[in-house]
Design a protein around this ligand. Sequence first.
Ligand SMILES: Cc1cc2nc3c(=O)[nH]c(=O)nc-3n(C[C@H](O)[C@H](O)[C@H](O)COP(=O)(O)O)c2cc1C
Ligand SMILES: CCCCC(=O)C(=O)O
Length: 394
Amino acid sequence: MVAAKLKTEKSPVKRRDPLPHDTKCLTIDELQKLAAENMDKQTRDYYNEGADKGTTLRENLDAFQKYRIRPRVLRDVSQCDPSIELFGKSIPFPCAIAPTAMQKLAHPEGEVATSKAAAKFGTVMGLSSFSTTTLEEVAEHRGENDNVLQLYVFEERHHTEKLLKRAKKAGYKAVFLTVDTPVLGRRNCDIRNQFTLPPHLQIANFPDENGNSSSADPPTSKKASVRFHTHAANPTLSWEKDIEWLKEQCHPEMEVWIKGVATAEDTELAIKHGVDGVVVSNHGGRQLDGAMATLDALPDVARAARGRIPVHVDGGIRHGTDIFKAIALGADCVWIGRPVLWGLSYKGQEGVERCLSLLYDEFLLCMGLAGVKSVKEITKEYLVRIDGLNLSRL
Ligand SMILES: Cc1cc2nc3c(=O)[nH]c(=O)nc-3n(C[C@H](O)[C@H](O)[C@H](O)COP(=O)(O)O)c2cc1C
Ligand SMILES: CCCCC(=O)C(=O)O
């Protein structure tokens, strides 16, 4: 009698309606295989490769296998709530869409399809500066959703200034300054394939003097004002010179986050310089090959932040249990890069929804089976680390 009464007093947790199963695509690994069938070699290589020998790309994935979950039982998990708050709004689970460039290579609707999927699902989308759709067009499809703009601060500041004004006007919530790209990582497949955007696609955010969007021309071309080969990397960026400037351009309308932090020292500096949040990232293993896996870097960053700013992480997340482990090691939220591109390539908007939905279902299942009812309950108490044959508590 008492138990029944207690149950009715609980506020019911609104769960997402599950998508009907796609029996060909029940895991992110299957999604990757299905996507590969729809991409040409240049696109597949560009999306999937890591820098140099691919060590960091592999370790981003493998790092999750160093941990196992310590499930607790008899906890009444009938009302699990996987939602969190991001930018002051509730999102269904602690997972958002990382910015990835040139999404029309994956699907003709490109970034618009991703924005629609994010809106329908209710999570935040990160848009790359090097998108094949303008930031305004992407924003038109975001519904009630928040989007953030990933930023490369170019040596010619005026390009960045213009972009920031447009982002503010279009209602972007934050800019994520990518800081792991002072020089461009070595991507051997792209070199071999002589990677370039097909002529019908443009880097849409940077029109040339005649108002035409720039294409990803080879570096020899003089046509475009901003080209990703020449502009993504900016070796001159520094804490002192650029962060203050960026905050002046963005605040108070847009938050300033730093994407690509890996150490406690840089986390301290980020806080000292007044940034609003950090993303532990190594650019999906596409920049410094031999850098730490992001999951290995995360605990140090989270310890240094001491809850003063949010700490997010990306890299190698391919299953709901990976999200659980990242949260347990101190992340407030994770971002996913390649799985979204695979979803896009598989079925456009529907494929991205499928990708998010698979991860959501897996995460919710993991919470229930591990015995936690809310995301804030997920702590390192729920993990053990595997060292050879030994399991150690954290
Ligand atoms: C094809 C591709 C393009 C990317 N483009 C950008 C970009 O324009 N800006 C950026 O900051 N990060 C970019 N990233 C990195 C992602 O934002 C993210 O850090 C990474 O993909 C996370 O790892 P995951 O792919 O294993 O999830 C890109 C990643 C990929 C795979
Ligand atoms: C070439 C740099 C822009 C896109 C990017 O960040 C990536 O491919 O990782």
